[in-house]
Ligand binder design. Sequence first.
Ligand SMILES: C[S@@+](CC[C@H](N)C(=O)[O-])C[C@H]1O[C@@H](n2cnc3c(N)ncnc32)[C@H](O)[C@@H]1O
Length: 483
Amino acid sequence: MHEPAGAPHPNDVASDPERQRRLRDAAHRKRRRVDPRIVAANMLVLAEKLGSLDDSAMEAELDRARFPEKDRRFVIQLVRGALRHQARLDAAWTRYSHRPVYAVHPLVRAAMRIGSFQLLHLSRVPAYAAVDASVRLVKSKLGSGVGGFVNGVLRKVAEKGFTATLPERVDGPLAYCVQTLSFPAWLVERWRQRYGDECCMNLCETLNERAAPTLRVNVTKSPPAAVIAELAAENIAAAPGRYSPVALTTARLGPVLGSAAHASGLVTIQGEASQLVGLLARQGRGDSVLEMCAGVGGKSFHALERAHGELRLTTADMSPGRLTRMLGEAARLGLPLPARVAMDMREIPPSWARRFNCVLLDAPCSTFGAIRKHPDVKWRPEERLADVRRDQQSLVAAALEAVKPGGEVVYSVCSCESEEVEEILDFAVSGRAGSRRCRAVDLRERLPESCHAALLPRPSLLQTWPGALELDGMSAFVLEVTA
Ligand SMILES: C[S@@+](CC[C@H](N)C(=O)[O-])C[C@H]1O[C@@H](n2cnc3c(N)ncnc32)[C@H](O)[C@@H]1O
């Protein structure tokens, strides 16, 4: 019997998506996969070497390992957990080691931290699996003698559990925050001086918790109430956020990432504090907008959603890899792909001078307001703050240069440190940022009234301080260019 022309043949894999998926899964099972714990330990080594570990570096490593979603999330959990609890994990394993933390090879340190984190914080991981992966990794790279050392120490941790006595709040903020909550001493001292002992301890406790997943509704597709119903149809409970009119909160990220609502661009994972920054820009239909440090486009796509796609948007970032990730995101959200330029924006090209109605500057920063999601940043050296501030000054000067008279710069950072916020605002309005003159805009008209008392310490400054609110720490202001 002949098949009608064009109909799929029973053996035609290309025409049968279900069969394709089964074959892919089988091939995946067959291929000896790397243990996620080994990838996690290698990432810790990288984080220590670079002084930080950004999402793009992590994503690139995970892509290379070709992990399924479950393993990707396990790696991220291990890396973030080991960095979040680093000091107390070190206190646990060094009790059984004759060598101090920084006298061992970086790979040994990472393997000990990953192993101890599983043994002490993850109840569902069997002890043998936690110990074995660390030992195999070290043995393969540094020889069986070092492997034996890791084996001996981790077996003791598995057997005895956490035996060190940790300071409590009554023992004072320095001991409690450094040893029990794993924050560097210099940062604790800085926050004690600025906020006082009680607030400093509250802040460190909050920054060690997991942030509740928050979604931004893509209003070009559906209003928030309808999206809540769509998610409910997929057994995902979501509720309106507290401050942002387009925010939804939910319990777990995994189900959202696997949902049809996410795949079809109804929602994007974005914290509520970042969403509030997205509401600050005054943007008219067809305005020309530049996002200078656009990353993967979180703020750019929010701007496009607010304008129903009707902006002339240019995005720039010094990382071409991040800009590339916008391709898939624009398609998922059903939004026009912005123009993308990979370059250092501390100086703008001459043709961009006085060209844009609005410049969004989500500046590189200490990221101390987002330690819940990026615990690596607390281990950066203190001196880095000065470099960060220098870059922020250059970037804000370049942003003012790119704006038309009467246009605006929206400056934001994931931080509440005065060097990165108040001092940058003062630098801009005092005229030290170059020839352009500007003034700080009153933000009360731009934000819902529910934000005014809690989030505007003064009318021209948005600040979400994580010690008291269920939000990441963000600060933002808007500069109107007057001449
Ligand atoms: C806070 S992230 C931006 C996140 C992005 N706005 C979002 O919402 O997804 C800062 C970005 O600034 C970029 N960056 C840092 N220094 C830069 C520079 N001198 N010029 C251009 N981009 C820079 C980094 O690559 C990073 O993507």
